[in-house]
Design a protein around this ligand. Structure first.
Ligand code: FES
Length: 277
């Protein structure tokens, strides 16, 4: 009886040992496979969707209102050096759920490509995703000269040092961006430096003889849109920026009636729109 028990114990013990050995061998083999080279480790940790754009190039997308009608240049309100409010105007690009802020400034020519000039006005679009930790519009928003956010006043801004054409200000941690500088918009000349290291990515805008407005690409001099996986160092990255900006998301809607991609612009209620201030 006692011998049979010992025999059984040995058998169970051997079974457990055998299972453990098999498991440890498997674990060692897996670890070995991971350690063979950096590529294996990267494949283990990096999502398959990385650098696999959902579309091959930046789409050309017409900006439409919530009824689906194209928005025209003349419908975009202007901000001046004496404006005390300005509506939030936001549209997604280059993928869905990627907000950008549309701004029209009167009396100044903003330098660079992808900006619409109309009379004495410049119309530009910058990412509505803060390049610091990714807070989005409306926490990141454009504030003209007479509309200094309370949070900016707390770090020392007054009407004497808030720039004449205002700033895009992020209420999360105080990053500041100067729309008059176009693509090179990171602002650090105020009483407190921006925690962000990069300018807001710029959306290229175009217009046509109807005055319709199109988003047609992203300025490659900027870093990738915050929230994408790869964060370059802010220098010129060209195609790499494009691939990353077009990965990990969903394409814009295609409008079969207009036969092109479209993006809907939405406006806040803190200013009249469409119309003028
Ligand atoms: S997320 Fe905008 S300042 Fe930190």
């Amino acid at each position: 009886m006692g011998d049979k028990m010992n025999e059984k114990d040995d058998t169970e013990s051997n079974g457990v040992d055998q299972t453990r050995r098999t498991f440890l061998k498997g674990a060692a083999a897996s670890l070995g496979a991971l350690l063979v080279g950096g590529v294996s480790v990267e494949r283990f940790f990096v999502p398959k969707s990385r650098n696999q754009p959902v579309t091959s190039s930046y789409p050309k997308a017409i900006i439409v209102d919530t009824s689906g009608n194209p928005v025209t240049v003349s419908q975009i309100p202007s901000a001046t050096t004496s404006s005390s409010n300005y509506p939030i105007m936001s549209f997604n690009y280059p993928l869905q759920d990627e907000p950008n802020i549309l701004i029209r400034l009167h009396g100044i020519k903003i330098p660079g490509p992808g900006i619409i000039y109309s009379g004495r006005d410049s119309i530009l679009a910058l990412s509505g995703i803060c390049q610091h930790l990714g807070c989005t519009v409306p926490l990141l928003d454009y504030h003209p000269h007479e509309s200094i956010p309370f949070e900016a006043q707390l770090i020392g801004y007054t009407s004497a040092n808030w720039p004449s054409y205002g700033l895009l200000y992020c209420k999360c941690h105080g990053s500041q961006y100067d729309p008059t500088k176009g693509a090179d918009n990171l602002y650090n000349d105020g009483p407190a430096p921006s925690p962000a290291n990069h300018s807001l990515p710029q959306v290229f805008l175009e217009t046509d003889s109807n005055g319709y407005i199109y988003a047609s690409g992203m300025n490659p001099v900027n870093a990738v849109i915050r929230g994408h996986l790869w964060q370059p160092d802010g220098a010129v990255h060209g195609k790499l920026v494009e691939s990353e900006n077009l990965s990990g998301g969903t394409e814009l809607l295609f409008d079969s009636r207009l036969n092109m991609y479209k993006t809907v612009i939405v406006s806040s209620s803190n200013g009249p729109w469409p119309g003028s201030l």
